[in-house]
Design a protein. Structure first.
Length: 143
């Protein structure tokens, strides 16, 4: 048996793509589900939909979502305390950090840390309307 084939069988098809090249959440070892604290789930969901193009579904009072890639799903939860700056901080990949931060501000969020370089990446953090601090990042030049 060839090594590549043995690894594929041992690990499963871990590229996150199905046979039809559609993203899926069932990726062994991949982050696939988030519960996002939101005192106003409907408003917070609308923010993520407008800023990042997330798809909303289910009960409008406690909406569920899948991100723009289809690799992450989750719920906006009114019964969870807002994370603020504590705990695990997710970072969302974007084409342009500056454009994303403009959409954040327009949607009612605020920039916490403006864009700064990390190697060939640009990284920033923002506070969503619920108060959670989340990061954004892009690869390559900022311009």
């Amino acid at each position: 048996m060839r090594a590549g084939r043995r690894d594929e069988r041992r690990l499963g098809n871990n590229d996150g793509m199905s046979a039809g090249d559609e993203p899926q959440v069932f990726r062994n070892g991949g982050i696939s589900y988030l519960r996002i604290p939101a005192p106003d789930p409907r408003g917070t969901a609308a923010f993520y939909q407008a800023v990042f193009g997330w798809n909303l579904r289910g009960d409008p009072e406690q909406p569920s979502f899948d991100d723009a890639t289809g690799h992450v799903i989750g719920h906006f939860m009114a019964d969870l305390p807002v994370a603020g700056e504590a705990g695990v901080r997710p970072y969302i990949y974007v084409d342009r950090v500056d454009d994303a931060l403009q959409r954040v501000a327009a949607g009612g969020g605020e920039v916490v840390t403006g864009p700064y370089p990390e190697g060939d990446l640009w990284v920033a953090t923002f506070r969503d309307p619920a108060g959670n601090v989340v990061g954004v990042w892009q690869r390559g030049p900022r311009s």
